[in-house]
Structures are given as structure tokens and as C-alpha cells.
Design a protein around this ligand. Structure first.
Ligand SMILES: Nc1ncnc2c1ncn2[C@@H]1O[C@H](COP(=O)(O)OP(=O)(O)OP(=O)(O)O)[C@@H](O)[C@H]1O
Ligand SMILES: [Mg+2]
Length: 241
């Protein structure tokens, strides 16, 4: 843990990309988050683990601005998300956050390339430029030949790589992943893990929710254990490659 109280300053180590301070989220009588506080700095790869229902996905939804806390501060890339209205939040998310999910969440009636390109078109990039960047990304992720294929005809691993390409389209300050290998066979899962490791090694900040300790150990440098909507423990992880 750092001891500085003014993190985020340039002279204070890497910039703080995510800051939660005393975040509560209630759904009716359920306390999904109960005073969660944490910080993630640029370039970190942080894994979040904890029992089912402890608030991991809720945490990601807060960070992504998909939902708002009942109380407390959520700051991403220096922006207090509480200051943004719905339109502002949606724009912020498109521009600064990439997300990947267990079940890929691709659009079934668009081929892979269009699934990826759409992310940039939604932020105002021209269709031509968006397709060019999408092609580049598919190429980097080893699936350039799958650009015209619809999600239904892709393997799970290929679908997740398309989802990763889509998440990276706008060069997000933060990549969020919720159980990204949960629906994959072990070989495809390992490939996605390798991809996340490579991305982090070139500087991508990563926040990863998982039940899989192997995934955390391989991909993350820090582990945050959550219980009952709060951080129960934080520890450094040794890189295993
Ligand atoms: N939209 C919602 N409406 C009502 N309750 C919700 C909602 N989202 C989450 N919850 C509740 O909040 C708590 C935390 O849920 P959350 O999905 O964050 O858990 P999780 O740690 O991601 O669990 P899992 O490991 O099973 O994915 C649970 O009790 C859940 O039922
Ligand atoms: Mg969850």
C-alpha cells in the first residue's frame, strides 16, 4: 500500500486510474457494496476475488459507470463519475473504458470486424478509420482472417479475442474483465490469459474479476479479496509468466 494522501500527482508515482472511497451500493435490502475503498494505478494489473455475491460485478459496474453508487466516491482517470449525467457517463465509458465479459456480449448479427469497429464509430470515428483500426487489432490478436465471420461461427476463444479487440478500440485508460475465461476451455482460456498479460506488459491497466486463482496468479500483480461488499485483504502477487 502507498502511504501518500495525494496520489494522482505526477511526482507521486504512476497516476491513479481508479479510486473508490467509501462506496456503498444497496439494492433494496441487499448491501452489494458496503464501504468499498481501493486505488489502482496506471499500469497495474489487479485481480479481484471473493465468494459469489460479495459484490465483484457490482464493483466493476460502478467503475464502468454502468450503475451509480448509493453513496461514496468513484473516480476513473481523474473524473468523478458522480459529476456526470447519463449522457456524460455513456460517453466517458465509450472513450475511456474497455470491458470484456464471461459470455463475450458480441452482437450476433454483425460480423467480427463490425463488432469491433462499432466501438469506435460510437465515439465519432469515421467508418473507414474505425474499420482500419479494427482490422489492425484483429491482426494483432491473431484473428485477422475471422473479420467477416459472424459470432455464432467463431470458437469461444475467437469470440473472446474479438471482444478484447472491441474493448481496445478506443485505447481505454482501463480494461475491465469479469470472468473473462469463465466460459472457455482451458486452452482458449490460457490464450486469453496470455493476451491479457501481453496487454499489461505494454502498459494497459487491468482490473480483472475472477473465481480462478490461476488466472489471478498469472495475469495480476496485486490481489484484492472482497468479502461482504468490502476489501477484506490486499496482497502482492509474484509474477509467474
Ligand atoms: N441489479 C441488481 N438488483 C438487485 N440485486 C443485485 C443487483 N446486482 C447485484 N445484486 C445483489 O448484490 C449482491 C452482489 O452481487 P454481485 O453480482 O456484485 O456479486 P458477485 O461477487 O459478482 O457474484 P458472482 O461471483 O456470483 O458473480 C448480490 O447479493 C446480488 O444478488
Ligand atoms: Mg459477478
Amino acid at each position: 500500500m502507498t502511504t501518500d494522501q495525494e496520489s494522482g500527482r505526477r511526482d507521486n508515482g504512476p497516476q491513479v486510474v481508479v479510486r473508490l472511497d467509501g462506496v456503498h451500493k444497496e439494492y433494496g435490502d441487499t448491501k452489494a457494496l458496503d464501504g468499498m475503498s481501493l486505488e489502482i494505478r496506471a499500469g497495474e494489473a489487479v485481480a479481484v476475488m471473493g465468494p459469489s455475491g460479495c459484490g465483484k460485478s457490482t464493483l466493476l459496474n460502478m467503475v464502468a459507470g454502468l450503475d451509480r453508487p448509493t453513496s461514496g466516491l468513484v473516480e476513473v482517470a481523474g473524473q468523478d463519475l458522480g459529476q456526470l449525467n447519463e449522457t456524460g457517463l455513456a460517453l466517458f465509458r465509450r472513450r475511456h473504458i474497455g470491458m470484456i465479459f464471461q459470455f463475450f456480449n458480441l452482437i450476433d448479427d454483425l460480423p467480427a470486424l463490425d463488432n469491433v469497429a462499432l466501438a469506435a464509430q460510437l465515439t465519432g470515428t469515421s467508418a473507414r478509420q474505425a474499420r482500419r483500426r479494427a482490422l489492425e487489432l484483429l491482426d494483432e490478436l491473431g484473428i485477422a482472417d475471422r473479420g467477416n465471420t459472424y459470432p455464432a461461427a467463431l470458437s469461444g476463444g475467437e469470440r473472446q479475442r474479438v471482444a478484447v479487440a472491441r474493448a481496445l478500440m478506443n485505447r481505454p485508460a482501463l480494461l475491465l474483465a469479469d470472468e473473462p475465461t469463465g466460459a472457455l476451455d482451458s486452452r482458449s482460456g490460457e490464450q486469453v490469459m496470455d493476451l491479457l498479460i501481453d496487454l499489461n506488459q505494454i502498459g494497459q491497466t487491468l482490473l480483472l474479476v475472477t473465481h480462478d486463482r490461476h488466472l489471478a496468479d498469472r495475469c495480476a500483480s496485486r490481489l484484492i479479496e472482497v468479502a461482504d461488499g468490502r476489501v477484506a485483504r490486499e496482497s502482492a502477487l509474484e509474477p509467474t509468466g
